[in-house]
Design a protein around this ligand. Structure first.
Ligand SMILES: Cc1cc2nc3c(=O)[nH]c(=O)nc-3n(C[C@H](O)[C@H](O)[C@H](O)COP(=O)(O)OP(=O)(O)OC[C@H]3O[C@@H](n4cnc5c(N)ncnc54)[C@H](O)[C@@H]3O)c2cc1C
Length: 851
């Protein structure tokens, strides 16, 4: 049946006033901000997730493509109906549903415009950092689907660093919730997979996101350099000095000249490049921060330095950067805006290569760069009438992609793959990685109705599998290389032998990762380290401490490997400042049980080429594959770190003060309350700990604000223990016979949860991580039944609040009586299907997780 005929039955699922089919009216929906075109058969304006659900079911029955569309500002053809079908337009999803200023979170529909959301949260002193330059029109849905970033990514990260949950309509029409208001749900990180999936895995209808405090001041400067190379070196030097500006943007001479001809704002056009650097934080610390940046820049050849003294001067500095797109229109009717990312130490070399490409192909090029992130935008002006120039332009794009890939970069840092870059995916990803992404697509959308044709190349590269080892490992398997691990796993899978990673289990082969050990790459200039998954965190930190860096993760157990920390998603309170495991792990090599040895992700902070595979292995308890080596973000040791300890006699006061302290936190790395953990010099039952770290003046300013909140209370200021140290202490002290439980609820509920469950919690010791809504409870129980009753008294109220309570530790023999998870994710079937794709014989993770 022709789609036009099928459309007649569409009115049965959606009001015809919400549908347009007139070709003239649909003209505007034929393209996004890129070049590709496609005619939709209809454009639909649903008003609820239920309407979308009916629509998707209808589309499934009639095999009609469904293409989600936000504002259509995408730059890779993602929202284009290439194969016809129905465009789902989200402008009716324009409400902010919840804005929680205390717990710093927001729930909104996906048609909300990025900048409107940020403007709203700023009215209460909060900040939603993902800030694409298209933020005045791009929607939250489009931002999630493209994992949008912006100039402030270097310090604050991209969309996926803020999204804690999603409501999604799946390809079968089901409305499911992934993640939610709490953090670290016991489920595969499908929220992470959905973020950046370009409308190919589901239609996102609602976002749950965390917010941070809006910095109180900002200082902006610009500096000129002889060449892009010296500007690039200056960026690395700023990072090496332990400074963390909010943005570091670079413009090269060509762009400056084009912009200056248009704006006449006095850009240093004789210079080879200029940097725009912005620092933010407490007002009192800004001058010191910017002066330090200036010192470093001068040492690296900066001249014509200009620091904005007023808001107008700041706007003027940014005006140059923001005028680039408009200025190009004066020199050519069109331009190709290329987008790729490389490790930032490779910027200068990549630019040299791109210049060479463009010179050879007789093309002009000018660069705008998010230099702090290694995200480059070569802009190539051209005339569409000049067919030869168009061909050369695309040839240049292709060669630029290869140039990024050979430098371990990504073919897209923020614009997505869509139609434009799908054939180039095979430059970057080998057969195993692409096939693993395709598995994800098959699991979510087996019929291929969601945004068909996007992301994947027309011809998939061959999948090369490691052959199963001749001997099937028995009892203990200790691979020394990733290849050996993959071969052994393949053999075990064929033999249907159960495998348990680093844990002894009756009837299972124990796979020990301790020989997957070593520092494979240490790249301080790019702020990452690649290590064997069998290394302990302590070994990694000891190595890094020599260069005054660290991985912002913590583990109470010395013997725990980094692979174990990732697989169990072990997050300490310092995530408040540095992010969680999912934010710290950039990429990994993973051995699947069918012999695939797959590289997931790249060692760059911005990479939106295909699905974000590394995320799904975080918190998967080794049930999907074996991490053989991992690349982690590293951060400089904080210049200052101080903790305020507040001894308190009663819980009510402790919770009240804990809540009030959240209003202060900007550079805080922990805000916790402990009961029953011994702290030197404190004899009260409760101790509140507030740790601030980072730039010394910021730390001092923040602690002064915190002292105001704590004015009538005794406060002890210490260098240690920090809030994270207390968390380590609580868990380290838990005897092997005791039960350790982690309860997650929305941060706004954590105080009422603890208050109403205090008698249950009082059976043992506990710690509340206010900012994350997490409570860690440790108690010794008489027997499994007693433990079960205790656990249930925490679990039921947590579930009622949309949270969960999971067991982190208990005596092994209680496993038959106690369900460690007590939680059923909405998309458990999707999890099971993923497991079936990657571990068909179900050999991995005996009793370890929900699947
Ligand atoms: C001038 C300009 C500057 C830009 N600057 C930046 C920048 O700094 N950083 C950056 O990251 N990007 C930037 N972009 C690219 C673009 O704006 C972003 O990708 C943005 O997130 C797209 O949002 P949108 O609402 O316009 O989405 P659309 O363009 O409408 O859609 C983009 C993709 O998302 C999918 N999608 C949309 N809504 C949903 C939904 N509800 N559920 C599932 N899938 C959905 C679509 O199918 C499509 O694949 C820029 C674009 C322009 C034109």
């Amino acid at each position: 049946m022709r789609t036009q005929d099928k459309l007649k039955s569409l009115v049965r699922v959606i009001d015809k006033r919400q549908v347009i089919t007139d070709p003239a009216e649909m003209l505007v929906y034929e393209m996004d901000a890129a070049f590709e075109r496609g005619k939709p058969d209809a454009v639909v304006f649903p008003k609820s997730a239920e309407e979308i659900s009916r629509l998707v079911k209808w589309a499934g029955e009639h095999h009609v493509p469904i293409i989600a569309r936000g504002a259509g500002t995408g730059l890779s053809g993602g929202a284009v109906a290439e194969h016809g079908g129905i465009i789902v337009e989200f402008s009716n999803f324009n409400r902010v549903l919840e804005f929680d200023t205390l717990g710093r979170s927001v729930v909104c529909q996906v048609g909300v415009v990025n900048q409107s959301l940020d403007t709203l949260v700023k009215t209460k002193g909060l900040y939603y950092p993902p800030d694409p330059a298209s933020g005045r029109s791009a929607t939250i849905g489009g931002n999630i689907a493209e994992n949008a970033g912006g100039p402030h990514c270097f310090k604050y990260g991209v969309t996926s660093n803020y999204v804690t949950g999603l409501q999604v309509v799946l390809a079968d029409g089901r409305i499911v919730q992934l993640g939610g208001r709490a953090v670290d749900y016991p489920e595969y990180d499908l929220t992470g997979l959905m973020t950046g999936s370009e409308g190919t895995l589901g239609l996102i209808t609602k976002m749950y996101a965390r917010l941070i405090r809006n910095p109180l001041g900002v200082k902006t400067m610009m500096a000129a350099f002889d060449s892009v190379e010296s500007a690039g070196r200056a960026v690395s030097a700023v990072i090496a000095a332990g400074l963390v500006p909010a943005t570091m943007e670079m413009l090269d001479q060509n762009i400056m000249r084009i912009v200056e001809d248009f704006t006449h704002i006095g850009l240093p056009v004789r210079a080879g490049a200029m940097l725009i650097i912005e620092v933010d934080g407490y007002v009192g610390g800004l001058d010191a921060q910017i002066n330090e940046v200036i010192e470093v820049l001068k040492q690296h050849g900066a001249f014509d330095l200009r620091v904005a003294q007023t808001a107008e001067e700041r706007d003027q500095i940014w005006y140059g950067r923001k005028s680039a797109a408009g200025a190009f229109a004066r020199i050519a009717p069109e331009k190709l805006t290329v987008d790729c990312t490389v490790p930032r130490s490779q910027i200068a070399d990549t630019l040299r290569a791109i210049n060479e490409i463009c010179t050879r192909l007789d093309l002009r090029v000018g660069y705008i760069m998010h230099a702090g992130d290694g995200n480059l935008h070569p802009n190539i002006p051209y005339s569409p009438q000049n067919r030869d120039e168009v061909t050369r332009g695309w040839q240049a794009c292709e060669e630029i992609m290869r140039a990024a890939v050979v430098r371990d970069g990504s073919i897209t840092g923020e614009h997505g793959v869509g139609i434009e870059k799908r054939e180039w995916m095979a430059f970057m990803c080998d057969g195993a990685e692409l096939a693993t992404m395709w598995d994800v697509k098959q699991v979510f959308d087996p019929q291929g109705i969601l945004n068909p044709g996007k992301i994947f190349p027309s011809a998939m590269p061959e999948v090369i599998r490691v052959a199963p080892s001749a001997n099937v490992p028995s009892d203990i398997f200790v691979p020394t290389t990733a290849h050996e691990a993959a071969a052994g796993l393949a053999a075990l899978s064929l033999a249907h032998k159960k495998v348990s990673i680093n844990i002894e289990r009756n009837g299972a082969v124990m796979l020990s990762t301790h020989a997957l050990n070593g520092i494979f790459k240490y790249a301080p200039e790019d702020l990452y380290i690649t290590v064997g998954a069998g290394m302990t965190l302590e070994e990694i930190q000891t190595f890094l401490s020599k260069g005054a860096y660290h991985v912002p993760l913590a583990s109470p157990w010395r013997e725990m490997t980094i692979g174990g920390i990732i697989a169990t998603n072990l997050n300490s309170p310092q995530r408040m400042r540095y992010g969680a495991v999912r934010d710290v792990m950039l990429c990994a090599n993973v051995a699947l049980t069918d012999g695939r040895l797959m590289r997931a992700g790249r060692p760059v902070v911005k990479n939106v080429a295909g699905y974000d595979l590394p995320k799904v292995f975080v918190g998967s308890y080794g049930t999907l594959g074996l991490l053989t080596d991992v690349t982690l973000k590293i951060v400089p040791m904080p210049r200052a770190k101080r903790t305020l300890l507040v001894p308190i006699d009663n819980l009510k006061d402790a919770l009240t003060l804990g809540g009030r302290l959240l209003q202060v936190a900007l550079v805080a790395s922990a805000r916790v309350l402990v009961k029953g953990v011994a702290v030197d010099g404190v004899s009260t039952p409760y101790v509140l700990a507030y740790t601030a770290e980072g730039y010394p003046q910021d730390v001092e300013a923040e602690l002064n604000d915190a002292r105001q909140v704590l004015m009538d209370t005794k406060v002890i200021e210490v260098a240690s223990p920090s809030g994270t140290d207390l968390w380590l202490e609580l868990l380290r002290n838990a005897s092997p016979e005791s039960m350790v439980v982690r309860v997650g609820v929305a941060p706004k509920y954590v105080m009422s949860f603890v208050s109403t469950q205090s008698s249950v919690l009082d059976r043992g010791t506990y710690l509340i991580d206010f900012a994350s809504g997490l409570t860690y409870a440790v108690a010794s129980m008489k027997n499994a039944n007693d433990a079960k009753t205790w656990l249930d008294s925490l679990r039921q109220p947590a579930l009622a609040l949309g949270g969960y309570a999971v067991v982190m530790q208990m005596p092994d023999e209680w496993r038959g009586v106690i369900d460690p998870w007590g939680y059923r994710p909405d998309a458990i079937d999707v999890m099971q299907k993923l497991k079936a794709k990657w571990d068909a014989a179900r050999i991995l993770g005996v009793r370890e997780f929900l699947v």
